[in-house]
Design a protein. Structure first.
Length: 110
């Protein structure tokens, strides 16, 4: 049996756009996802995934009112950006690991 989409593209696009608009207008409101999910009668987790995909750059707002798959170049640039951030985090982690060894050694001497 083939996978069946529960929500139409139009509902998904409208809900994601509503979340984006409300985030700009109400930056401190932590209940936006829940409220928009109720408004559009979609699952909160589904909406969370759609918004995350938009935030991660997997989807881009097109000239029309619909979201569309982001261009391949944009996705590759985002991947490179995330890989660079991961490399920097790993480097920082290594520095912290070495520092903790030094401090542990000093503490053990006392």
């Amino acid at each position: 049996m083939a996978f069946e989409k529960k929500y139409s593209d139009e509902v998904r696009d409208a809900a994601v756009r509503r979340v984006a608009a409300r985030r700009q207008n109400e930056p401190g409101n932590r209940a936006i996802l829940r409220e928009v999910a109720e408004e559009f009668e979609v699952g909160e987790q589904s909406l969370r995934i759609w918004v995350k995909r938009l935030d991660d750059g997997m989807f881009a707002a097109g000239g029309s009112s619909r979201l569309r798959q982001a261009p391949k170049e944009q996705l590759l640039a985002r991947i490179a950006e995330l890989e660079a951030a991961l490399a920097a985090a790993r480097e920082e982690n290594e520095v912290l690991r070495k520092a903790s060894i030094i401090f542990a050694t000093e503490a053990a001497k006392r």
